[in-house]
Design a protein around this ligand. Structure first.
Ligand code: ADP
Ligand code: MG
Length: 234
């Protein structure tokens, strides 16, 4: 069964009297375990689309099913609960909590959305610290680590609730290209390890080669879908 089924999705923004069409006629299916990128220039609709998939916003029309749930039937509270159960998020500007250590930032979602006993919590956090290569920095605060390290922490934080889906809107936009590539490779390694589906967006041609499935957006619609061959990977 597909993890995500989107049918004829439109999204209009109302700006005063004017209606602006940000997405039109989107149809796609995403299989579990995908490592998938939406690529396109600024303004092509990447953030709007990831917000819809992340149940942070709703389309103007169309249907959207995620993990067997018709998410457009959920109210605001239902969408928040659904996000907590099924999704992790990675942000362009990292969004770590400055007063919490690396360890505590990763642990935080477990304290918020799930009733996980403390032994299990620490096991998961320690495993992730190891997997993302941040064990030695676990007692540091966000302002004591680099941007690339912050995004490693954010990858771990997104995975700690063991979601089916991790969404990342331009996760490498604030990183230099070498670090950007390492973060995408880390995400891919975590996908292999956990089976979690990763969907990210980028306008950076240098990292799109790392995606296994690549959708190109232009003016709010999908103009190309490409399955990358192993040899396409940089
Ligand atoms: P991208 O992330 O690819 O840069 P966006 O999804 O942010 O694209 O934007 C798609 C289009 O929708 C753009 O024309 C943008 O100006 C418009 N848009 C995005 N968010 C809003 C909003 N909250 N209100 C009005 N227009 C918006
Ligand atoms: Mg954007």
């Amino acid at each position: 069964m597909s993890l995500i089924v989107a049918r004829d999705i439109y999204k209009d923004y109302q700006v005063g009297e004017v209606s602006l069409r940000a997405l039109r006629a989107l149809n796609f299916e995403i299989e579990p375990g995908s490592f998938l990128s939406f690529v396109g220039p600024s303004g092509s609709g990447k953030t709007t689309l990831l917000n819809l998939i992340g149940c942070l916003d709703i389309p103007t029309s169309g249907s959207l099913t995620i993990a067997g749930t018709d998410v457009l039937r959920l109210d605001r509270k239902g969408r928040a609960a659904f996000r907590g159960r099924h999704m992790g998020f990675i942000f362009q500007d990292f969004n770590l909590i400055p007063v919490l250590t690396v360890y505590e930032n990763i642990e935080y979602p477990l304290l918020m959305v799930q009733n996980v006993p403390s032994g299990e919590r620490s096991r998961r956090v320690m495993d992730l610290l190891e997997s993302v290569g941040m064990m030695e920095q676990r007692d540091k605060y966000p302002d004591q680590i680099s941007g690339g390290q912050k995004q490693r922490v954010a990858v771990a934080r997104a995975l700690v609730t063991e979601p089916e889906l991790v969404l990342a809107d331009e996760p490498t936009a604030n990183l230099d290209s070498k670090t950007a590539y390492m973060i995408i490779e880390l995400m891919k390694a975590m996908k292999e390890k956990s089976g979690t589906t990763f969907i990210f967006s980028t306008h950076d041609q240098k990292i799109v080669g790392a995606a296994e499935i690549l959708y190109t957006l232009e003016d709010g619609t999908i103009v190309d879908r490409k399955e990358m061959e192993e040899s396409d990977h940089v």
